[in-house]
Design a protein around this ligand. Structure first.
Ligand code: NAI
Length: 465
């Protein structure tokens, strides 16, 4: 008889959420993770610690730039970096401890160690082999490497996102390779702490694939905050001494001319890759995609019956909330229910100030299909609440079907965009039209009124525009 109904490998947002749902559905569940604390990359060295640093440095920015205007006078706070990192560690500890509590509450066994062998009905951790009816692989992702660039987080000169969260001191000059989410969030943190931040990006726009209006506006706002950008630039190598680095790159427009940038610290933020090393997937016969992800069917089952995979290790956006949704859905599938994830409605958020949030289809994607969407746009300059908190930059943009008025997508750059996007997600989930949003009473004064105004702009016009 099997010891477990389900063994889940990896205690990140995909794995631990899946374990909780499996337990709620009455299955005997174990979660395998070798880290000292639960929560995976997101809680330990990703989303959560970066949000703590973004919050602390945003407070600093407010003190330096907006306090005096609001009648708050006095010396700006100075930065105690060691204390800021200790606050960040406290935030992480509270959150990872919370997950441990939830596992106990749901009677889930934490098998502490790294799974070394996975097969149908079996998982080996250390010297022990556990029997299980089902296996869910939620082993996540790791930063991808860049040819010619050696990351060494211990030395602290060329670092990835993990190293960048724990630098021994605030660098004078930080060069970030990659203008994606990680590069811009952590670049913002260090720019606010006083570092001279230069972001080197291969593409011609930041946040590749995002709404073009947002890309332009976002870059302009970040430049105003002091970040410098070198666009259309491919980094080929980084030379290092003990304490300095030289980033070598070529511009697409002059590929024969090598350029260099000096830095105290280089952050490599050029993407992440699925992680499943050491699980013995080849021996188990589990198939991978061409890009090294674990291949699954639409019920998250691999080609081996009883072995499932979710989160960053499979196809799709590498986002904690996508992994969580898959974690719940796969639990329901294993329990014989109908698990479902609506992949067309997964929001993306960048937690800078202002925040950026997107969902659904972009204007460019629709135009590429030959469609002419209706666009409703409302600037935060017309939103009283945003102006009151010095956050009048940015806008809400709704992308709407011209014939049916159905909302197809949205992009927001502005205060609390990451929270506001969900009103639109829910509306889209219910197949709402822009008029449905426009006719819904929105409390005043709130940032959310900007969503309603954008919806009104799809009809007879916004009021405060
Ligand atoms: P990314 O894929 O978002 O961006 C990487 C950027 O690096 C791209 O724009 C690419 O063009 C550029 N690049 C690649 N090679 C280059 C080279 N040789 N020279 C110059 N530029 C180069 O990757 P990122 O920011 O590392 O994030 C990894 C993953 O983690 C993403 O899937 C992201 O969605 C996720 N993440 C999400 C967060 C959130 O939801 N707020 C926060 C942090 C990470």
């Amino acid at each position: 008889m099997s010891q477990y109904d389900v063994i889940i490998i990896g205690a990140g947002p995909g794995g631990y959420v899946s374990a909780i749902r499996c337990a709620q559905l009455g299955m005997k569940t174990a979660l395998v993770d070798g880290r000292e604390t639960l929560g995976g990359t997101c809680l330990n060295v990703g989303c959560i610690p970066s949000k703590a640093l973004l919050h602390a440095t945003h407070m600093l920015h407010e003190a330096e730039h907006n306090f005096a205007a609001m009648g708050l006078k006095g010396k700006s706070p100075s930065v105690d970096w060691k204390q800021m990192k200790s606050y960040k560690t406290d935030v992480v500890t509270q959150n990872t401890g919370g997950i441990e509590f939830l596992l106990k509450k749901n009677k889930i066994d934490w098998i502490k160690g790294y799974a070394s062998k996975v097969a149908a009905g079996k998982v080996k951790v250390g010297d022990t082999e556990y029997d299980t009816k089902n296996v869910v692989i939620a082993s996540g992702s790791v930063p991808s490497t860049l040819l010619g660039v050696k990351v060494d987080n211990d030395k602290g000169v060329v670092v990835d996102s993990t190293g960048a969260l724990d630098l021994p001191k605030v660098p004078k000059k930080l060069t970030v390779i990659g203008a994606g989410v990680i590069g811009l969030e952590l670049g913002s943190v260090y720019a606010r702490l006083g570092a001279e931040v230069t972001v080197v990006e291969y593409m011609d726009a930041i946040c590749s694939g995002m709404d073009a209006d947002v890309q332009r506006s976002f870059k302009r706002i970040l430049e105003k905050q002091g970040l410098k950008f070198v666009m259309g630039a491919a980094v080929s190598s980084v030379d290092t001494t003990k304490t300095k680095a030289k980033v070598n790159y070529t511009l697409k427009k002059s590929p024969d001319e090598e350029q260099t940038l000096d830095a105290d610290v280089v952050l490599v933020a050029t993407g992440r890759k699925p992680f499943h090393d050491g699980l013995g997937l080849e021996a188990a016969g589990v198939k991978l995609t061409k890009r090294g992800q674990i291949a699954t069917d639409d019920r998250w089952q691999t080609n081996v019956s009883g072995i499932y995979a979710i989160g960053d290790v499979i196809e799709g956006p590498m986002l904690a909330h996508k992994a969580e949704d898959e974690g719940m859905a796969v639990a329901e599938v294993i329990a014989g229910k109908h698990g479902h994830v609506n992949y067309s409605l997964i929001p993306g958020v960048v937690y800078t100030t202002p925040e950026v949030a997107t969902v659904g289809t972009t204007e460019a994607e629709l135009k590429a299909e030959g469609k002419k969407p209706k666009i409703g746009k409302f600037m935060f300059m017309g939103n009283a609440r945003a102006k009151a908190v010095h956050q009048g930059d940015g806008f809400v943009k709704l992308i709407v079907d011209k014939e049916t008025d159905r909302v197809l997508g949205a992009a927001i750059i502005g205060p609390a965009a990451g929270d506001m996007i969900h009103e639109i997600c829910v509306a889209m989930e219910f197949g709402a039209s822009a008029q449905d949003i426009a006719m819904t009473c929105h409390a005043h004064p709130t940032y959310s009124e900007a969503v309603r105004e954008a919806a009104l702009a799809c009809g007879d016009g916004a009021i405060h525009a």
